[in-house]
Design a protein around this ligand. Structure first.
Ligand SMILES: Nc1nc2c(ncn2[C@@H]2O[C@H](COP(=O)(O)OP(=O)(O)OP(=O)(O)O)[C@@H](O)[C@H]2O)c(=O)[nH]1
Ligand SMILES: [Mg+2]
Length: 347
């Protein structure tokens, strides 16, 4: 299954600056020669893959990108300043596609730091000084500067989920996804409302992450009960699992155990993945019951339990704070591991 994030943007490189027409005028020199300098080059449009970005969400707000033009040349053979290149930061894994029928691939940014010049800035025009010959000592010719290039392109990114939602059917996973993202997942008060994984992009306090909603797990899913556990493959590569427990169910503590049991049976790293636990539908619980459940699940799981009500948006903020913090810690661990591997040398 491919989850795609895409955006259409307009890019234009800078035009070259015009060349100057100018003649030297000095106090005691009677016939000064031509000294009009060339125009500066226009800025290129460059794409750069940067780590730490996961989505193309920013391109929904800014769609037009224009590199500055080159400055005009001037007298005394001064060349105009070049326009700065316009560097557009995109997440690693972004593809740049043409806006044509078969969306031909223009650039594929797979490595952090990789740069691709998509559009070249126009060359600056020649100033009149460069037209001087033995027969034409006072040329007035000059060029205006080459125009920039422009086009519409598609940016496309295959999304990888950072956080996976797990829980029994009806735990409120899709409701939570909808309350924190613009996913628009289907919600229903019956089990297995969700049959296909769905992703949403969550933005919280200037950070963003991708949250995956998957079908509910039931006891015996590893042996095929319910719709089985194959869909857990969609959260294998996440950094954090968000385990939701329906606080209004008969036995929330047992619900936590059942899902943990299924994660352990599935394996593939899910059993050791960082887990954040939340008790949903807290609005249906009186304060006493809520406190009792939170305490019981905390004791059993060893994790902090966040009581939340997604429809009322209660308790969601501290939960998202914790997720962001865990994602940061997981990314830091990966970085350290990668660095440790990289520093090993047989020599
Ligand atoms: N009162 C209350 N109801 C909730 C809350 N969260 C979810 N619900 C309700 O619980 C039911 C199940 O919610 P879903 O979001 O579809 O649950 P799910 O975990 O995605 O279920 P499956 O897709 O079947 O696995 C729906 O009727 C929701 O309206 C909550 O915080 N408070
Ligand atoms: Mg659902």
């Amino acid at each position: 299954m491919h989850f795609l994030d895409q955006a259409k943007i307009y890019v234009k490189s800078g035009a070259g600056g015009p060349g100057a027409v100018s003649f030297r005028r000095e106090k005691f020199v009677e016939f000064g020669g031509p000294d009009g300098g060339d125009g500066g080059k226009g800025g290129d449009v460059v794409f750069e893959a940067v780590p730490g970005l996961n989505t193309l969400i920013d391109f929904r707000y800014t769609q037009h990108f224009r590199a500055p033009r080159g400055k005009g040349g001037a007298g005394s053979n001064r060349t105009g300043a070049g326009g700065n290149d316009l560097v557009i930061h995109v997440p690693v894994g972004t593809q740049v596609l043409a806006d044509d029928e078969d969306r031909s691939l223009l650039a594929d940014l797979t490595e952090p730091g990789q740069r691709v010049v998509l559009l070249k800035g126009g060359m600056g025009g020649r100033g009149n000084a460069s037209y001087k010959t033995s027969t034409n000592r006072a040329p007035r010719q000059h060029q205006t500067g080459e125009a920039g290039e422009e086009m519409w392109v598609w940016l496309r990114l295959k999304l990888l989920a950072d956080v996976g939602l797990v829980g029994l059917p009806n735990a409120g996973k899709s409701t939570f996804l909808n309350s924190v993202s613009n996913a628009g997942a289907k919600v229903g008060d019956y089990p297995f409302t969700t049959l296909r994984p769905q992703l949403g992009v969550v933005r919280h306090k200037g950070r963003e992450f991708v949250l995956a909603d998957i079908p509910g797990l039931i006891e015996g899913a590893a042996e095929g009960a319910g719709i089985g556990d194959r869909f857990l493959g969609h959260v294998e590569r996440t950094r954090v699992l968000l385990h939701l427990i329906d606080g209004s169910a008969d036995d929330p503590l047992d619900a936590w155990r059942v899902v943990r049991g299924e994660l352990d049976s599935y394996g593939a790293g899910l059993e050791d993945k960082s887990e954040v636990v939340a008790l949903t539908k807290a609005d249906l619980l009186d304060e006493k019951k809520r406190a009792r459940l939170v305490k019981a699940i905390e004791k059993e799981s060893g994790a902090t339990v966040f009581p939340i009500s997604a429809p009322l948006e209660e308790g969601v903020e501290p939960l998202l704070d914790t997720i962001i913090q865990r994602l940061g810690a997981a990314a830091e661990n990966e970085r350290l591991e990668a660095a440790a591997e990289g520093s090993w040398s047989p020599l």
